[in-house]
Design a protein around this ligand. Structure first.
Ligand code: CXF
Ligand code: ZN
Length: 369
């Protein structure tokens, strides 16, 4: 089968819209017609060479929702016509982590930047017959994809698929970081550094948890206005020491109980750490370019302040169990989704979408098919 796809061929170059040949699903796989796929910054990091992937060409795109068009002979619990969200880490179901329900820590997660399917083979070829990889074993920047059932979560058919795509990455990453990693409590104070796709969802996650001081920090003023709509109580346009100072002023010199590093950890982690109260949490939700091998944190400061620095991938939630839960929260009105989408694009316009992200014009751009 032929499918249009946006191919990552060269670092620093726009994605190339081309037809690819898609092989039919193997026994444990499904064919999915993509309905919507979000323009997450992670794919942009890959395009810029800041996050290396093992092969090119590769179909990027990992925040996708669609409709099942065919299933392999050994697929269970997924049927043709089902509406699905694809998870950017597969839940193999059998590793040490999956057996504990910790799908976000699945052992197979280590292979999501490699290119092949979960079984190690390829389903996509370009016009020259060369194998084409699928980022995160999804390859969502395409009309259709073939993925293992381990990457599929079936959802309620009533949920619009553009909204469903958002709960494949940015929403769980942010909301989960607040609810499941930091475990924000009613009355807590929170700082969110970087109010993009992840950060804005940390803001709404903190609000859901009952935080009463939610400080949004960014260098783009419009994002602070948006953040107030998602629950921020304060906005700070500052970086570095000025950011730390502003947060200390707002919190009476104590710092926040939880700080979230949602953009560029090399420059934001230390200011966020210093804006955090003693024994507080510093949660990193953002990628650091591969070239940066370490970030300095003064060890004596870490020791005496007794703060915890922690990572959160997929918001430390189990996508299989908790993506449907997030959609239920949306249905009750507790979780904003429609408001996250700033602009929609056609696949052919994907590079314009990333230019808009880069220019700070988008909270979430979404490709709608
Ligand atoms: C990323 C996390 C790091 C590996 C690639 C996918 N997730 C979402 O943006
Ligand atoms: Zn993402």
């Amino acid at each position: 089968m032929q499918s249009a796809a946006a191919l990552f061929r060269e670092v620093g170059r726009p994605l190339s819209i081309e037809p690819i040949t898609l092989a039919p699903p193997k026994p444990t796989e499904v064919l999915v017609r993509i309905a919507a796929v979000g323009l997450c910054r992670t794919d942009f990091h890959v395009m810029q060479g800041e996050r290396r992937v093992a092969m090119r060409p590769m179909v990027l795109g990992h925040e996708a929702a669609g409709v099942v068009e065919a299933t392999g002979s050994a697929v269970g619990g997924i049927a043709v016509g089902d509406h699905v969200v694809l998870t950017f880490i597969p839940g193999c179901g059998t590793c040490h982590w999956c057996r504990q329900g910790l799908h976000h820590l699945c052992a197979e997660g280590a292979r999501i930047t490699q290119g092949p399917q979960l079984d190690g083979t390829y389903r996509r070829q370009d016009r020259s017959g060369a194998d084409v990889g699928a980022f995160c074993m999804i390859g969502g920047f395409a009309e259709r994809t073939v993925v293992d059932q381990a990457s599929v979560v079936v959802i309620d058919r009533e949920i619009p698929l553009d909204l469903a795509s958002l709960v494949a990455c940015g929403v769980p990453a942010g909301v989960g970081a607040a609810r499941h990693r930091a475990r924000v409590q009613p009355g807590d104070s929170v700082l969110v550094v970087g109010c993009g796709g992840d950060g804005m969802n940390v803001v709404q996650g903190a609000r859901l948890c009952g935080a009463t001081t939610i400080i949004a920090a960014d260098i783009v003023a419009a994002k602070l206005d948006w953040a107030r709509e998602f629950g921020a109580t304060h906005g700070v346009i500052a970086q570095g020491e000025k950011l730390t100072q502003a947060v200390l002023e707002i919190t009476g010199g104590l710092g926040v109980r939880h700080a979230f590093v949602c953009i560029d950890p090399p420059t934001t982690l230390l200011p966020a750490f210093r804006a955090t109260a003693k024994a507080g949490n510093v949660v990193v939700t953002a990628l650091t370019p591969d070239t940066v091998k370490e970030i300095a944190v003064p060890p004596l400061e870490l020791f005496v302040t007794q703060k915890a620095i922690m990572g959160a991938v997929y918001g430390f939630l189990s996508p299989r169990l908790q993506i449907p839960e997030l959609l239920s929260l949306h249905r009750t009105g507790a979780l904003k989704l429609r408001e996250l989408i700033t602009r929609t694009y056609r696949l052919e316009d994907i590079n314009r979408g990333y230019a808009d992200l880069q220019a700070g014009r988008n909270l979430r751009g979404v490709i709608v098919f």
